[in-house]
Structures are given as C-alpha cells and as structure tokens.
Design a protein around this ligand. Structure first.
Ligand code: GUN
Ligand code: ZN
Length: 433
C-alpha cells in the first residue's frame, strides 16, 4: 500500500455553483491524502493531520493550491501545428491549414511524435483528461491511445469519420469507417483508463449513410460517447442547411441519425437556438464551449447564460488548434471575456466548475474524476500562486477565493502549473519558474 499526503490550499467543486451555491469545498490550509492512486481524505489540515500515522510522508506545499486535474472537453491532437494560423474563418481554415496538417498523420511515426508532444502539453497545463479528435487514420488513434495508456491517463478519443467534402487521403467510406471504428472500440475501450468516442467530424463532411452508421455503432456500445461539431460558424450552418434541406436545423441532422443522446458532446453550439439547446438538455447531451477558438476563428459569442437557462450541461474545451492555448485556466479567462461582451460576468467558481466537474460530467467520467472526494482517482494539479512576480503580487492581494481564481484565469499560464499527478503518480513537474 502506498500512502502520501500533501499540505496546501485545497479546492474542488461538487456541483454547478450557479445552481448549488454551497457547492465549493475550500480549505485554505488543507490536507490531501492519497492511497494507492485514489483519494483517501480531503479536508482541513487541523482536522486530518492527527489521524495520519507517522509513517505517511507529508509534503508541505503551502503557497500552492491543489485542485482536481482539468478536463478538456474538446480538443484535436493532430492540430498542434495549426495553432495560431492567421486570418481565416472555419471552412477556409479547415481547407487551408487543417486538412493539410491532418494528411501527415498517415505516417505513424509522425502520429507517435505528435501524440507524445500533445499529451506533454496537456499535462504541463494541468489537464488530466480530455475528449480528443484524432484524424481519419486508424493509426492516429492507436498512436494517441498508446501514448495515453503509457501515462495512465483517463482519455477519450476517436477516429474521425469523413466520407465527403475533404481531400483524397482524408476520407473514408461508410463501411471502412464502421470497420475501423468497431476495431478500435474492441481493441482500446476500457484498456487502462481509456474510452472511445464515435467521431463524425461535422455534418458537412459525412453523408446521410455515414451519419446513420455512426448512430448504429453508438447504439451498439452503451459505454461509448458521440463527439462532433455543431453550429459553430454562419457559413458552415448555411452549408448544412443546403446539404440537409429536410432537417429542421443543424441539431436535427444529428438527431435524425441517432446521434443526439446523453452520451453526446457537441463542440461549439455558438449559434444553436434556444429550441435546439432545449432539445439537447432534454436528451442529456452536453455542449463544449471553446472560447479561445470562437474568438480566433471569428465564429461568434457563445451565450453560457442561455445554455444554462436551457439546462444544457456545458463544459470547456480548448479546441486546439482552432484555440490558441492548452490551458483550461486561460479558457476560464476567455469565457469570462465572452460573457463580458454580452453583459454577463461569469462567476470564477462557475468557471472553475466548467473546467473540472462539468467536463467530467460531459465525458461521463465523473464517477472517477472531476473532484477530489475520497474514493476518486487521484488526478490533481498543484498550482503555484506565486509562479511569476506578477502572480505573486496579485494573488497576495486577493481577499477571497473567487478573486484568487479570477486572477489565475486572467494572469496564469503553464508557468503556474507546478505539478500534475495522474492516479497519484507525478506525471509532470515544472522545470522553469
Ligand atoms: N468543424 C469541423 N472540423 C472542425 C475542426 O477541426 N475545428 C473546428 N473548430 N471546427 C470544426
Ligand atoms: Zn474542434
């Protein structure tokens, strides 16, 4: 049995603070006890220290904040090299920057190298779980799963399905897409902490027949997610209306093919109507709000207030490479700015919920991660509140937990992530301060 304890400020959020005002558990001087990769205790140092036997090592991390690892609810591992592409909006950006970069993943050596770099970036930013797009190539998924399994990460990914409107070399067919998806599910789902998501890219690049196949595969595997893009950009939405004239709206295209349900995660939903958001909520589907990507690609302003009012579980995604950072702390800040432009100031604890438990709920992994309740897997991050002179100065002046979190969301980046732990094991330690 391995047992270790960490003394630091501790925070987790046990529910959506906009609905449950007492959802945050915060201990300015806390003790986190880890046993065999799981949380054994989370509480105030003065309450727990007396119960520790003297053989349990206690590491003093005062001046740091320990939180659950962040959950990135929408990200593309093959798009590391298209981050910070200038001047394009979605459809143009896909054809000019993204599809050429994804073609390179036909080469397994390239896929392995990028998968390892990508997971290193997640961990360096405190992200311990993600729902990730791969490319159309089956081997791209194998590369990412192999790298995640080696790190024992709780990661969900899938092979992209595209059978039209994409370059030769990036398309599959209905039957090849089905065969590859089924083979990947059989080989990887449930291995270590891995999960699978059926991943039709978006309605533009799949025929009716391929979307129907995706629905059939989803129905056949009750532990598998559905991951796609929806209602991101005006031109894209017009194209979907042209391609599917019989559908009531964009969401209806997915719904007609059996893709709207409690295991569905729709990235973006920027322009989804209240009616569509209401249908998502009734189905138990989740939205991945990707504020950095929405700004960089000029897609529009997602209304978190509206999504919440319609009852949709909403989480945060970086959408790398549309997004400009791997940091969920940064996404909390970008989400705040998008709210400000709409007269809605996002509460810092709500933002923190979006980056942790809401993501775990969207990915259906909240029984295992997303909080640091005893029994959960010990995926956590150690945030250095004085990582830079500016952070040290500003956090020292913060009077409340909400203020500290807000300062982190605006001023912090990967320099503030001192360490990241996966299942109780140190998976990343910052090398430069
Ligand atoms: N819609 C279809 N594909 C993509 C993609 O790769 N990124 C984003 N942001 N939107 C998409
Ligand atoms: Zn995306």
């Amino acid at each position: 049995m391995s047992r270790r304890a960490y003394r630091a400020a501790l925070l987790h959020v046990l529910d959506d603070p906009s609905r449950a005002p007492d959802a945050a558990a915060y201990h300015p001087d806390g003790l986190l006890v880890i046993e065999d990769g799981h949380v054994a205790a989370f509480g105030a140092y003065e309450d727990l220290a007396g119960d520790l036997d003297e053989t349990t090592p206690v590491e003093d991390l005062r001046g740091h904040l320990i939180t659950p690892g962040f959950v990135d609810a929408h990200v593309h591992f093959p798009q590391v090299d298209v981050m910070a592409a200038w001047g394009a909006q979605l459809l143009d950006w896909l054809h000019t920057h993204t599809f050429p970069a994804e073609l390179a993943f036909a080469d397994r050596t390239h896929a392995d190298a990028v998968a390892n770099f990508f997971l290193g970036q997640l961990l360096a930013n405190g992200t311990t779980s993600a729902l990730a797009f791969c490319t159309v190539h089956k081997a791209s998924v194998e590369a990412l799963f192999e790298a995640a399994l080696a790190r024992d990460m709780r990661l969900i990914a899938g092979k992209v399905l595209m059978d039209r409107h994409a370059p030769t070399g990036l398309t599959d067919t209905v039957e090849a897409g089905r065969a590859d998806t089924e083979a990947l599910i059989a080989a990887w789902r449930g291995k270590g902490r891995l999960g699978y998501a059926v991943t039709p890219r978006f309605a533009v690049t799949s025929t009716d027949a391929q979307l129907a196949m995706a629905g059939e595969v989803l129905a056949a595997h009750p532990d598998v997610l559905l991951h796609t893009h929806m209602s991101e950009n005006a031109e894209e939405i017009a194209e979907v209306a042209r391609l599917f004239p019989q559908a009531r709206d964009y969401l209806d295209v997915d719904d007609r093919h059996g893709l709207l349900g409690p295991r569905s995660v729709f990235a973006h939903c920027v322009h989804a109507s209240d009616d569509a958001l209401g249908r998502m909520a009734r189905a138990g589907a989740s939205a991945a709000f990707c504020p950095s990507s929405n700004l960089l690609l000029g897609s529009g302003l997602f209304s978190l207030k509206r999504a919440c009012a319609c009852g949709v579980n909403t989480a945060l995604g970086t959408d790398v490479g549309g997004g400009g950072s791997f940091s969920l702390l940064h996404m909390m800040g970008e989400a705040y700015k998008i709210g400000q432009l709409q007269g809605d100031s996002l509460d810092p604890l709500h933002a923190f919920y979006l980056a942790t438990l809401a993501g775990a709920r969207a990915l259906h992994i909240d029984a295992h991660v997303g909080t640091l309740e005893p029994g959960k897997e010990a995926d956590f991050v150690v945030i250095d509140l004085s990582a830079t002179p500016l952070l040290a100065r500003r956090t020292a002046k913060a009077r409340t937990l909400a203020e500290t979190l807000f300062v982190l969301s605006i001023l912090a980046d990967d320099r503030a992530i001192a360490r990241t732990y996966l299942a109780g094991r140190l998976a990343h330690i910052r090398t430069v301060a």
